[in-house]
Design a protein around this ligand. Structure first.
Ligand SMILES: [Zn+2]
Length: 284
């Protein structure tokens, strides 16, 4: 019997980014806090998600180094660049690591790295702080990866804050590294979803709950927030509230105010503004 795996989470705090002028209080462009998870055994370690900027990746690499383990793989759970664009810097620090994602997130990452409009968005949001030509993960055809004889299972869960998301299940420690399917004390980005896909997102949350995890790590979580499974239900309620409020309220400000009245204790109201603007724009 191998030693039990350990799981540790690093969170980079919220920070300002470049974006359009604010339309109201809380609309100043801020990037949400984000997590990177280290799953480690006696000698080896696997990192999930990489953060964004050179600085963030450097600090993350130092934190990983502190565990004194060999990083054998860096896994990417979904294709949004804020979760993998730090990969290039991390691979310089951990050259033995294989960078892997399941096929659909890998394709999304490839798209974000090459599509001119998307590339321009990331470069203008973090000017001078990210690589011009970022390294993308390689596709992993298998459904998981082993570390010291214990399995990390990739689950192609589908809809999260983007479609084709995956989560990483570590059955031996009842943990799920949930990427942007689960949020923890941070406003949830709904810009890529409509009512129907939010329904699918809630179904993804039910599937995570059915695994009965004891540890659930959200891709965006408040610094020091515990990685508890109650974030699954809280995420579901947030999405249901957003759908109801987006249908009831006519204006962007109306949606923002109603969401903040219910969920004002979460980090980063800028995300509510983004989500509300898109919900109004979708009505045509
Ligand atoms: Zn994200």
């Amino acid at each position: 019997m191998s030693n039990p795996l350990s799981l540790d989470v690093y969170v980079t705090p919220m920070r300002p980014v470049v974006g359009a002028p604010a339309q109201g209080p809380g609309d100043e462009p801020v990037w949400s806090p984000m997590s990177s998870t280290l799953i480690h055994g006696e000698h080896d370690a696997i990192l999930v998600d990489t953060l964004v900027t050179f600085d963030q990746a450097n600090v993350l690499a130092d934190w990983v180094d502190g565990f004194g383990k060999k990083v054998i793989a860096i896994l990417i759970a979904h294709g949004h660049s804020d979760h993998w664009i730090g990969l290039q810097r991390l691979l310089q620090r951990f050259p033995c690591a294989k960078a892997l994602a399941r096929q659909a997130p890998q394709q999304r990452a490839q798209f974000e790295a090459t599509d001119p409009k998307t590339k321009k968005y990331w470069q203008s949001t973090f000017p001078g702080e990210i690589p011009d030509d970022p390294t993308v993960p390689a596709p992993l055809m298998e459904g998981g990866i082993d570390i010291e004889e214990q399995r990390l299972e990739f689950i192609d869960i589908g809809q999260g804050d983007t479609e084709h998301s995956t989560v990483i299940h570590v059955p031996s420690i009842a943990a799920v590294v949930a990427g942007d399917v689960v949020y923890n004390q941070v406003h949830m980005l709904t810009v890529e979803t409509d009512e129907r896909s939010r329904q699918a997102w809630m179904h993804s949350l039910d599937r995570i709950a059915a695994l009965q995890p004891r540890i659930v790590v959200a891709g965006h979580k408040r610094v020091n927030a515990p990685d508890t499974p109650d974030n699954i239900g809280a995420s579901k309620r947030y999405l249901a509230d957003f759908t109801r409020i987006a249908a009831e309220r006519k204006t962007v400000e109306g949606i923002v105010n109603a969401m903040l009245a219910l969920h004002g204790d979460r980090d980063n109201p800028y995300v509510v503004w983004l989500s509300a603007r898109r919900a109004v724009a979708r009505r045509g």
